[in-house]
Design a protein around this ligand. Structure first.
Ligand SMILES: [Zn+2]
Length: 271
């Protein structure tokens, strides 16, 4: 899980250009409501990074469909902005992988504030985040819970380099691997947001299910090493993976736990 770089273009300019080649009746509607949307964009950006208390945008079904038309019927210009959201990221891990979960390909676009309840943000690039279909579906219409945001915002939340994903490994009596959160190192409201995010996206369960394959391949690669070589190898793996995928990557959390239990791990793979 790593932050994404937001597009540097002027967001209002991008919005205008996204619908400039649209057909009628949408073009007239969107032009007539441009000032209103620009005010909403200003309110959105003024509320960052906390992004609290943005009220749902109540409107008629017809108006909602008209605003959503930027997304539901995309112009060439709008498609190019969506592509840029991915391609302008600094690493392939951020270009290709969903940073909400850090596992699946990011082949869908999340509206951070949902297009159903915040229709004016349907075509606003600063509200759009590449993610996987699973995370997008689980996120749904949720926005706030427990008085805070329900989800980490990958453009604004700056605490993702603080370790909070913990892997617990036990070799006795049998191998047991599971993930927990340790939120004590995070400032508030990040503790609540991360807790909400992991609960809503079912991430601990996902990591518990996914880690077996990675553990087995790591064990296979390290079989036959003496204790010192094993320690060096795991340390190198942590450094290379952490630099690409971030501190709160579930494989990094496992490798750190193996390093802390190096004698047990050495005994386990060479038994
Ligand atoms: Zn995902």
């Amino acid at each position: 899980m790593k932050n994404l770089i937001p597009l540097q273009d002027n967001v209002k300019l991008a919005y205008r250009s996204s619908f400039s080649s649209k057909q009628e009746p949408y073009l007239s509607f969107l032009n007539a409501h441009l000032a209103h949307v620009e005010q909403a964009i200003d309110a959105y950006h003024a509320a960052a990074p906390l992004l609290l208390n943005l009220q749902p945008q109540m409107m008629s079904d017809t108006d909602r469909v008209n605003f959503q038309s930027i997304y539901s019927s995309k112009t060439k210009e709008f498609r190019s902005y969506l592509a840029l959201l991915r391609t302008s990221q600094p690493t392939n891990f951020q270009k290709d992988i969903c940073q909400y979960c850090g596992i699946n390909l990011n082949r869908s676009i999340d509206h951070f504030f949902p297009k159903e309840t915040y229709p004016m943000f349907s075509g606003v690039i600063s509200n759009l985040i590449p993610c996987c279909k699973d995370c997008n579906q689980l996120k749904g219409l949720k926005t706030y819970s427990n008085g805070q945001r329900s989800f980490i915002n990958l453009y604004h939340d700056t605490y993702l380099n603080i370790p909070f994903l913990i892997c617990n490994v036990h070799f006795i009596p049998t191998l047991n691997i599971n993930f927990t959160l340790d939120l004590a190192g995070l400032p508030q409201p990040a503790q609540l947001i991360v807790s909400n995010h992991f609960r809503e996206l079912n991430l601990l369960q996902t990591y518990n299910s996914a880690i077996g394959t990675f553990f087995e391949s790591t064990a296979r690669e390290c079989r036959g090493y003496d204790n010192a070589s094993l320690r060096d190898s795991i340390t190198r793996k942590i450094n290379s993976l952490e630099s690409v995928q971030g501190t709160n990557c579930f494989q990094v959390a496992l490798l750190k736990a193996l390093l802390q239990n190096i004698n047990h791990f050495h005994g386990f793979i060479n038994q």
